[in-house]
Design a protein around this ligand. Structure first.
Ligand SMILES: [Zn+2]
Length: 267
């Protein structure tokens, strides 16, 4: 297996996770995809580029190298559905628009998929776990930001146009409520952007599993509407003019999270 993730260790008590940023395919997935899946339309496009300021800020960053079409790192390894209604699983069978992802009989076998679980899913989660443990040991607390983005119009998954900033805290279970309030405040003051807390996207497996406020690990998911920084149609071009003001808000959100941590924990 090729390199399955990239990891950068920072100096602050903040880890940014990018589980759907990957573009690599395995041979079995590459061979089996239907034509309209070949452009990887359901990728969280350009997320590492959008957050390129975060390393300079001092955050740790982990990003997937493999596409969610191979294995979805934001799903539990037992593949329990995250949401009631339409959703995609650990090994997606459909595109976001509900169309089949693989040509008939061409999906990878269960045996092959087991190797994806061990060689792609497991290392990503081991990295999350060990880095969060290191941060908590070093700082007394750890902050986890799970960074996502999605097309703002997907009738199969949700009605109407998605708000720009979709914060998820698993209905308040994954972080201190005061932190969520601070982040909402940043969005509200950001001007031309809409936002929601625990709307359609409440936080996926990563947010739910690692967020443990009683043990000083605070996790937040941001599902960002892709219309805030790119073209949502092929070839999914990054739009610097849109991205720059969006990056300012992202930076303010991360700064607010860090400021909340310093205040709450006294350093
Ligand atoms: Zn995502």
């Amino acid at each position: 297996m090729d390199k399955v993730l990239s990891f950068h260790q920072g100096r602050l008590p903040l880890l940014i996770s990018m589980p759907h940023a990957g573009l690599k395919l395995t041979p079995a997935v590459d061979n089996g995809l239907v034509e309209q899946a070949r452009s990887l339309p359901d990728t969280d496009w350009h997320i590492p580029r959008l957050y390129d300021f975060a390393r300079e800020l001092g955050a740790s960053v982990v990003a997937a190298e493999y596409s969610r079409f191979v294995i979805d790192l934001n799903r539990p390894d037992d593949d329990k559905p995250l949401y009631v209604g339409a959703t995609t699983g650990l090994y997606p069978a459909t595109l976001f628009d509900g169309e089949p992802l693989f040509k008939e009989g061409q999906a990878p076998t269960a045996e092959v998929r087991k190797t994806y679980l061990e060689s792609i899913w497991r290392p990503y989660h081991n990295t999350l776990q060990s880095e969060l443990a290191r941060l908590r040991e070093a700082h007394g607390y750890a902050l986890l930001w799970d960074a996502h983005s999605i097309r703002s119009l997907i009738p199969h998954l949700f009605d109407g146009k998605l708000p720009d900033f979709n914060l998820g805290t698993f209905n308040g279970a994954s972080c201190d409520p005061q932190l969520a309030e601070r982040l909402q405040g940043v969005c509200a003051e950001a001007g031309n952007y809409s936002h929601v807390l625990n709307g359609r996207f409440k936080g996926g497996h990563i947010t739910r599993h690692y967020g443990d406020p009683a043990n000083h690990i605070h996790a937040v998911q941001l599902e960002l509407a892709q219309s805030t920084y790119m073209e949502e149609v092929e070839p999914f071009a990054y739009r610097e003019d849109l991205a720059q003001p969006t990056q300012r808000v992202l930076s303010q959100l991360l700064e607010a999270m860090l400021a909340w941590g310093r205040q709450r924990y006294g350093h």
